[in-house]
Design a protein around this ligand. Structure first.
Ligand SMILES: NC(=O)c1ccc[n+]([C@@H]2O[C@H](COP(=O)([O-])OP(=O)(O)OC[C@H]3O[C@@H](n4cnc5c(N)ncnc54)[C@H](O)[C@@H]3O)[C@@H](O)[C@H]2O)c1
Length: 343
């Protein structure tokens, strides 16, 4: 029998692509998601599942289960401790990819309880579910943290995933710090092993609709005006989803270095791009001109965020392969096809 993975947040951007990757590699995949429309419309979540092979119709609450081939899906909330505990207890999983969570920095200030609930309580439910299993039956745990744990450390490359650097300046970042602390504490107390992934900007087809790339693509397609901070100099580290999944897989396969029980690593390229560069590139790819207006850089906006990748490369030896031009081309092609259908 094939290996079994539980992917929480399987209807999310990274979760959907992870489900497809592991299905392709012959794994039995169980997805869990509550398909909420809290930070963005749930339609794209149904579409992600459908493109990954599961035709989920909008559901109206309660626990639901669907299966197609090697892909099973639970419509459930990660904060529902009995359901999550039972799923982990009975699932016989070799691996858990914990990618569910609330994701918007701005929305996190408006709804701290929802963010702490989904991100922190949800993660504790996963940790507790694993802890109940005898050590030899425990799955490997790889979970999504975020570059937001670093907060606004202006103009610097975040050299290595160092727990001492944590200075979150958003509720969202704070939830990710708390998840990392919980993972380390469960390792210290119960020997529960894990790898935390500090994702930088992961992009590609089906990415969340609340991102800068979506705004640019929408402006190019529909002629809407983009409000660009300052001179468009804010830099971010963009990693294409396929490269991100190569990194995730390397962590799952190579696992922890000798003697370590819980580590965190940066998942990014180390090559940041300015917002204005991304606009130029997408204008070239699309052959269109973006309408834009300059607005002042909001206080606290991070000027540059770039992943230090030395430690990840030393531990796992995987380099990104997809160039920014190729990745943006794939994103643009998907975006025009998807939204061209009137979504
Ligand atoms: N995409 C990025 O660039 C990026 C960067 C940093 C960190 N991350 C982290 O990686 C993970 C995946 O990100 P993504 O871009 O795929 O986000 P996403 O919003 O597309 O996916 C998250 C999924 O989690 C689900 N979810 C949220 N609350 C839930 C709950 N209470 N119960 C069950 N499911 C719930 C959502 O419905 C969604 O489908 C998140 O934890 C995010 O914080 C992503």
């Amino acid at each position: 029998m094939g290996k079994k993975v539980l992917i929480t947040g399987a209807a999310g951007f990274i979760g959907k692509h992870a489900a497809e990757r592991f299905l392709k590699e012959g794994w039995e995949v169980t997805g869990l998601d509550n398909l909420n429309d809290f930070t963005y419309s749930a339609q794209i979540k149904y579409d992600r599942l459908s493109s990954a092979g599961l035709d989920v119709k909008p559901l109206d609450g309660g626990a639901h289960f669907l299966k197609s081939g090697n892909f099973s899906f639970y419509y459930a909330d990660i904060t529902d401790q009995p359901s999550v505990g039972a799923l982990i207890m009975d699932g016989g999983f070799d691996l858990i990819l914990h990618f569910s969570g609330m994701t918007s920095v701005s929305a996190s200030s408006l709804s701290p309880q929802a963010f702490f609930g989904a991100n922190v309580q949800g993660f504790i439910n996963v940790l507790e579910g694993i802890r109940q299993l005898p050590p030899e039956k425990r799955p490997r745990l790889v979970y999504a943290s975020s570059a937001a744990v670093y907060g606004n450390q202006i103009v610097r490359t975040l050299i290595d995933a160092d727990r001492n650097l944590l200075t979150p300046d958003s509720i969202y970042g704070a939830t990710k710090c708390m998840m990392e602390t919980a993972a380390q504490t469960y390792a210290n107390l119960y020997g529960l092993q894990s790898i935390g992934l500090r994702f930088f900007n992961i992009y590609g087809p089906f990415e969340r609709p609340d991102t800068l790339l979506h705004e640019i693509a929408k402006g190019l397609e529909q002629g809407t005006e983009l409000s660009l901070y300052g001179e468009g100099n804010a830099c971010r580290d963009y990693m294409y989803i396929d490269d991100c999944l190569d990194a995730v897989q390397a962590c799952c396969d190579k696992w922890l270095p000798e003697g370590a029980s819980s580590i965190v690593v940066n998942i990014g390229t180390g090559s940041p791009y300015k917002a204005s560069d991304l606009i130029l590139k997408l204008e070239t790819i699309s052959g269109r001109k973006l309408r834009q207006k300059r607005v002042p850089m909001p206080k606290g906006e991070i000027v540059m965020l770039s992943a230090g990748t030395t430690r990840f490369n030393q531990l796992f030896g995987v380099e990104p392969k997809v160039s920014i031009d190729e990745g943006l081309k794939r994103f643009w092609n998907w975006h025009s096809r998807y939204y061209g259908q009137g979504k």
